[in-house]
Design a protein around this ligand. Sequence first.
Ligand SMILES: Nc1nc2c(c(=O)[nH]1)N[C@H]1C(S)=C(S)[C@@H](COP(=O)(O)OP(=O)(O)OC[C@H]3O[C@@H](n4cnc5c(N)ncnc54)[C@H](O)[C@@H]3O)O[C@H]1N2
Ligand code: MOO
Length: 412
Amino acid sequence: MPLISLATARQAVLDAIRPAPAEAVPLPHAQGRFLAAAVTASRSLPGCDNSAMDGWAVRAQETQGATRSHPVRLRIAGTVYAGALPARALQPGEAARIFTGAPLPAGADAVVRQEAARAEEDGQVSLFITVPPGHDIRRAGEEVQAGTPLFAAGQRVEPAVLGVLASLGEATARVRPAPRVAVLATGDELIAPGQPALPHQVYESNLLLMAALAREAGAEVLSTARARDDDAELRAAVTRLASGAGVLITTGGASVGDKDRVKGTLAALGARFLVDGVALKPGKPVAVAHLGGTVVIVLPGNPGAATVAWDQLGRPVLLKLQGVHEERRRVRARLTEGRHKQAGLTYLLSAQVEHRQDGAWARLRPQGAGQILQNVGAEGYAVLPPGQADFAEGDAVEVELFDRPRYVAAGP
Ligand SMILES: Nc1nc2c(c(=O)[nH]1)N[C@H]1C(S)=C(S)[C@@H](COP(=O)(O)OP(=O)(O)OC[C@H]3O[C@@H](n4cnc5c(N)ncnc54)[C@H](O)[C@@H]3O)O[C@H]1N2
Ligand code: MOO
């Protein structure tokens, strides 16, 4: 049976995943989450007319003609600090001492900053500049009017968004919970970093890598574990890890070798496969299954293949659970070198994009499913689509970029 395409696989998986119910969380816990509902400004910013500078609140008209050699003198009428209300309105002939952020007294319509003024000993202030109405004033609502739509559902709560929510007075945000993820690395050959290893043994790197990638996609990683290529051990590990997790990521043992037992173990436990194998390289053996209420992402052991398979199927699952769909930027770029590929598969190759005078070029680095260095510094994947086997140097391809994705609310 021919393998299904990447696009078909992703659609099948996403159709089967529902976003988790939204919850209100305190703002400090909302960082990195995705808004479950649109946010409208609950107050205007600023809340009232206020001073942009430390100086003097005045009637602009009364500063007419003021210069350093011919100052205008006004009577000092009290002081307004930020957070306090002015004691009274400004009368003609008066200036009030005012500080940055303090509400403008009624009657005042401009501020003269203190560098352009001097308080005299007779209770007056000399102003050295003429200012127009509105000078150094921040008007109520000039940044945002109460009721203005600010963020769409799906917006990621980045630091700047947290700042805006707090300045609106919000203490909580409605977001989807972080998917609770467990990671299982399988393989007899694996040795934990820090332990001695012989050349035929392999340092286990997928646990750390996959947990980190899952966190990048919003997950809370509950546990990581290793298991040998042994049915009983795999069964016990899968059962234990899946019991507390919404998503279980496994790596290794996903192909057709004698010791590749992960899919068989899952099937024996009653897993229902949504996808089993994709016309993708690297990452062909990837599978996605439901095991009770847990989504299991079965990744190949090869770190390069696991990374691509995670990125193309695992990450979208995590985002859908959080109610969003990611739109990546794409650029068209020419290959700096030719590539031969299997015609039926989509190849996703780690690339850096170089902007030259004659346009964008995709530089592919040495890479392979079993390699890992290509991931470092990669700016995106050059997409070599199915239906073509040979790509020559200079052929234009799409590069799917990793940075600055746009998150939009996903369907149900
Ligand atoms: N006859 C065939 N052989 C293979 C096929 C096939 O279709 N027919 N598919 C190949 C493809 S594609 C891939 S990808 C690999 C995937 O194999 P597995 O998922 O079964 O992975 P393993 O055999 O367990 O390991 C592969 C490789 O990766 C290393 N590895 C595994 N886990 C880790 C880890 N946690 N940290 C670091 N490195 C790890 C492992 O030592 C192996 O070198 O199968 C092809 N074979
Ligand atoms: O297609 Mo495998 O996942 O690369 O070697």
